[in-house]
Every structure is written in structure tokens, then in C-alpha cells.
Design a protein around this ligand. Structure first.
Ligand code: GLU
Length: 504
């Protein structure tokens, strides 16, 4: 690519970022990094009514947690700022006026009541009211007024909007990197408002002006914006600007049934639809997040990458660096991507297993601290190494390895019945002797000594190993019993056997 690639993620801060939004950001990030480009974050906050406190911070934190930070954006000036549209608001009006001067836009004075009346009127006749070529000559706008009259009404302080003048009948040939050519008949389009009576631009105007001023080369966004593409392309043409390339990403669909994935699906089926937990500032309602639910960001990123894309090979487990290498917009699917909460868990499990023991220490330490265990990192790391394979989440490390930190306080009844027989007490007393005589207390050495002794005595493995496991763990689960013994050490091993003999 000869041109410097510049892409943007342009969310509106109207609440927490849905995982669909995170996926859009991710694809932008991957595309930028793959092409040595720049990933811009632009906050589209021109709609003051929908502004939600904390939403922008949430977006930034979510991108950072996922490991896909923006290169340019609020707080990271790159020569194209400011990056919040609310801080750019004095830029837009001049562009709207340009379109008026070129005849591509016009002032419209129609009041909300008048438009409502038209809508009702149409409805009664079984039609839909569309403000465009077929009726704009009968409506209250500057197309039907002399320049002087228009000026007078504006100066008198009348409310007006600026509308785009859509061509009456033209077949537009639109190009999308994922969908190929899309044809749109302009006679079906309405004359969209570009500038509102409150002095603010609409999304359409601000978005196009900013993409141009920020020198965006590729617009990668959700499919819900495909219906706006015709207008956007016409705006570029009217301004005489070069059009960026467009890629519209498939929708993320419900796990079961039809339709877009919603928060309600998550609530019903018990999975988060947000990257981070979110507390609604008004209602105080709490929505679950992948981070707080114990997911690794690597797993969430991998899962999202595969929601609408695949590399065309069998490979499914990807680190971010590998995604950057293999990601291609041309391999993004056209049809909706079904969200699969089970597959998400599978990605989590795979990434937890692939994570280094070291990288899981601080997460597990947090759980241990909460349970008031003060253990050093080296020990925690050793435990992680032994139980990681059985865990899906970091919290499972506790379920799987609690006996490394505390003596079993009770014994699994069924297991005890099966493993602890009449003669077990005597056998365990002799075993204790073998254990206490083992100088070099490694799993390997201990295993050799104990197994040798079992053979010499002709005892049978189950008769020794099962009660030993029961003594150390409290149940029949856990990793190799000699690994457990070597990790907790000789003194604790002997103490637990003694305690089991006394209790059972
Ligand atoms: N502000 C729009 C949104 O919230 C941006 C759409 C676009 O990327 O053009 O999704």
C-alpha cells in the first residue's frame, strides 16, 4: 500500500462499549498494524442528549485492556486533533455552507409539527413520507424561496436545518472491500439532515468532514452503517474530496434464534456482552464484563477476531501478533456471525493453558490475598504449573489447588469409604516412615521410594495411593500425588497423613 494507512474507530459515548464495538476496534487495529498504519480513536459526541458520563473512559480502558490501544486520539495528539467532535464543533458549519453554495444542500424551515402532519397525512393514505425530490418543492425550504427571503428568515431567528439534496434518479455504484459492488438507486434516499437546529452537525456531516480532515484511508465499521454509505459517498463527491475505501463488518448474531446479539441474550444465557463491567450512572444497574468474569484479554481478542473472520486454515488459537500477520479484510465474511458462548469459554481455556505460569501469578495471588494467604510468588507459580491444565479461569486455580495452601478440613465421604479400609491406618503409619526417611524430597525420588516399598511389601498400589491422596487432598482429585507431596513438603505431608489416620 503506497499511501499511509490511517483508520479510525469512531464510537459515540452513549454507554458501555458492546463487544461488537470492540470487534470493530480490533479489526481496525489489526488492519492498521498489518499495514504499518495509524489507528485513530475519535469520539463522536455531537448528540448531547445521548451523552453518558464515563462512557469515553470506559472505551479507552476497554481498548487498553484488550491490548489494542489507539495511536492517536484523546490524550494522544497526532497532529489531527482534537479527537472529540464536541471540541471540533465550530468546524462543521462552514462545510455545510459550502454545500449550500454548490447547490448540494439547502436550508429547511419545516417545523416538527409540520413534518408530523405530513407523516400522518401520508400514513392515512398508506404511504411513507420521505423528504426528498418527490416533494421537496412543496415543502418549506430555501429551494422554494428567493435568496433574500431565505436570508431574512434566518436573520429573524427562525429555526432551520440544512439538508442534503439527494439526486432524483441516479444509480450509484458503491464499492465495499468485503461486499464488493453495491448498487443504490438515489431516488429511494431521503434528503438527510446534515446540520441541526441546535447548531450541531449530524453524525453524517461530522463523520465525513472528520474522516477527510483526519486523512482516513479506510473506513472499517459495522454493517448497520451500510445504508448510510450512499449518502457518505455523495458527500465526498459534493465536496470534491477523495473517497476512503469502505469495509462493512457483518453483524454479531444471537447464539440461538434470529437477530442481533443483545444484552438480554447475555443476561438470559449468563454471559457478558461487554468487555468490562459497567455500572450505569443513572440506574446504578451493573452489567457483567469479560474482565471481571475472569477472562484473559488474549482469549476475548481471539474469540472476537473469529467472529466474522477466519484465516482459511485449521489454526484457531491466535496471539495478537499472529492475528496482525494473518488478518485480511478480504477474508471477512459477508453474513452475520453467530455468537457462541461455549466457544468463548474454549478460547479462554486454551489461552489459560498457553499462558506462562509466571503471567498468572498476580491474578492468582489476588485471590489468595483475598482468602488471607500470604505465600511467596515462587510457590504460587509452582502450584499454577501443576493445576493450570484443569482450569478454565484463574479462579478455578483455587478450586483445583486449594489443598496446596490449607490442610483438608473434611474428607469426601464416598472416597473415604472406598479408600480407607480396616488396615489402612497401619499401612499409612508404615508409609509415613518411608516418607520421613526420604532425604531428597523431590516428586521423582519420593515416587521411586514409595513404589519400591509397595512392591517389596506386595501391597497393591490402590491400597496405598488412594488413602495417600485422600490424606493430602481430601478427595480423589488433583494432580500427581507425589507432585503434591513434594510441593507442600515433607513436614506437611506427614502431618496430613497423621491427621487422616486420627480422623478416619
Ligand atoms: N459514531 C458512529 C458509531 O457510533 C460511527 C460509525 C462510523 O464508523 O462511521 O458507530
Amino acid at each position: 500500500m503506497h499511501q499511509n494507512v490511517r483508520v479510525r474507530f469512531a464510537p459515540s459515548p452513549t454507554g458501555p462499549l458492546h463487544i461488537g464495538g470492540v470487534r470493530t476496534a480490533l479489526y481496525n487495529y489489526l488492519f492498521a498494524k498489518k499495514n504499518n498504519g495509524t489507528f485513530v480513536l475519535r469520539i463522536e459526541d455531537t448528540d448531547q442528549n445521548r451523552y453518558v458520563e464515563g462512557a469515553e473512559n470506559y472505551i479507552v480502558e476497554a481498548l487498553n485492556w484488550c491490548g489494542i490501544p489507539y495511536d492517536e486520539g484523546p490524550g494522544k495528539e497526532g497532529g489531527f486533533g482534537p479527537y472529540r467532535q464536541s471540541e471540533r464543533k465550530d468546524k462543521y458549519f462552514a462545510f455545510a455552507e459550502k454545500l449550500i453554495a454548490s447547490g448540494d444542500a439547502y436550508y429547511a424551515f419545516d417545523t416538527a409539527e409540520a413534518l408530523d402532519a405530513h407523516r400522518k397525512d401520508h400514513e392515512e393514505q398508506g404511504k411513507t413520507f420521505i423528504y426528498n425530490w418527490h416533494n421537496r418543492e412543496q415543502l418549506d425550504n430555501s429551494l422554494n424561496l428567493s435568496p433574500e427571503e431565505t436570508q431574512k428568515r434566518i436573520e429573524a431567528g427562525e429555526d432551520y436545518v440544512i439538508r442534503f439534496k439527494s439526486p432524483q434518479s441516479e444509480i450509484l455504484e458503491l464499492e465495499d472491500l468485503i461486499r464488493g459492488s453495491v448498487e443504490v438507486d438515489t431516488s429511494l434516499l431521503d434528503d438527510k439532515v446534515l446540520f441541526k437546529a441546535d447548531g450541531m452537525p449530524t453524525y453524517h456531516l461530522a463523520n465525513i468532514v472528520d474522516d477527510h480532515l483526519m486523512e482516513i484511508t479506510h473506513v472499517i465499521r459495522g454493517e448497520e452503517w451500510l445504508p448510510s454509505l450512499a449518502l457518505h459517498v455523495m458527500l465526498y463527491r459534493a465536496f470534491g474530496w477523495e473517497t476512503p475505501q469502505f469495509a462493512h463488518l457483518p453483524l454479531i448474531m444471537k447464539p440461538v434464534g434470529k437477530g442481533k446479539l443483545s444484552k438480554r441474550d447475555g443476561d438470559k444465557m449468563g454471559f457478558p456482552v461487554f468487555p468490562l463491567e459497567w455500572k450505569d450512572p443513572k440506574s446504578g444497574d451493573l452489567s457483567a464484563g469479560y474482565r471481571e468474569d475472569g477472562y484473559l484479554p488474549e482469549a476475548v481478542v481471539n474469540m472476537l477476531a473469529f467472529l466474522g473472520w477466519n484465516p482459511g486454515t485449521e489454526k484457531e488459537i491466535y496471539a495478537l501478533e499472529e492475528l496482525i500477520q494473518d488478518f485480511e479484510l478480504s477474508r471477512v465474511h459477508k453474513s452475520g456471525a453467530k455468537f457462541d458462548p461455549e466457544k468463548t469459554k474454549w478460547f479462554q481455556q486454551q489461552h489459560l493453558h498457553n499462558a506462562t505460569d509466571e503471567s498468572l501469578v498476580s491474578g492468582f495471588q489476588a485471590i489468595l490475598k483475598e482468602k488471607r494467604f500470604d505465600v511467596d510468588d515462587a510457590y504460587v507459580k509452582q502450584v499454577i504449573h501443576l493445576v493450570k491444565e484443569r482450569a478454565v479461569f484463574i479462579a478455578d486455580l483455587w478450586e483445583q489447588g486449594n489443598f496446596f495452601f490449607e490442610r483438608p478440613t473434611s474428607y469426601d465421604e464416598k472416597a473415604a469409604k472406598k479408600a480407607w479400609k480396616e488396615d489402612t491406618g497401619t499401612i499409612m503409619t508404615s508409609l509415613s516412615k518411608i516418607i520421613s526417611e526420604t532425604e531428597d524430597f523431590t516428586a521423582q525420588n519420593l515416587s521411586a521410594n514409595v513404589k519400591g516399598w509397595i512392591q517389596n511389601e506386595g501391597l497393591g498400589f490402590g491400597k496405598v495411593m488412594q488413602p495417600l491422596r485422600l490424606s493430602l487432598v481430601g478427595s480423589m482429585s488433583g494432580p500427581d500425588v507425589f507432585d503434591i507431596a513434594a510441593t507442600i513438603g515433607k513436614a506437611k505431608t506427614l502431618e496430613r497423613i497423621r491427621f487422616a489416620i486420627e480422623t478416619l
